[in-house]
Design a protein around this ligand. Structure first.
Ligand SMILES: [Zn+2]
Length: 144
């Protein structure tokens, strides 16, 4: 016996047992497989999306989990555009970001939009100190 997750032409998803894959193919072709919700016989196998979060080697170095998936290409493009806009309107202070953010907070440095890098712990500490920062998600394969 084999359990298939099926989807009808109306988008209803349901599960059904078949003796084997050939039995499914035959019954589906004969219109013997129908949706329990709308009785449509236009059913097909639903795509089972595996829930796999892949980590890039670089994200792993930083200890930051990263979800990298081809299906998120559009999202990555959006993030990339966002990063480019941010890059165009901020000063890159690199690894000095936590120091520079504190100096600006303390009035020791001119207040201006800056960007840079901070570890998860540093970012958390800044937020706890009441310094407003915005973590920017980025494709781990992109350079800064
Ligand atoms: Zn249906």
């Amino acid at each position: 016996m084999i359990l298939y997750r099926l989807i009808c032409s109306q988008g209803h998803e349901f599960e059904s047992w078949f003796r084997d894959s050939e039995a499914y193919d035959r019954q589906a072709a004969q219109g013997d497989v129908s949706c329990p919700f709308c009785h449509s016989t236009e059913v097909s196998k639903a795509i089972m999306a595996p829930h796999v979060a892949r980590r890039s080697s670089r994200a792993e170095d930083n200890g930051v989990p990263a979800l990298l998936d081809e299906r998120h290409a559009a999202l990555r493009t959006m993030i990339q555009e966002l990063r480019q806009k941010i890059a165009a309107s901020t000063e890159d202070v690199g690894d000095h970001f936590p120091d520079e953010a504190r100096r600006m907070q303390d009035g020791e440095a001119e207040t201006r939009p800056i960007r840079g890098r901070a570890s998860f712990e540093e970012a958390k500490a800044l937020l706890e100190e009441g310094i407003e920062i915005l973590p920017i998600p980025g494709p781990p394969d992109e350079s800064h």
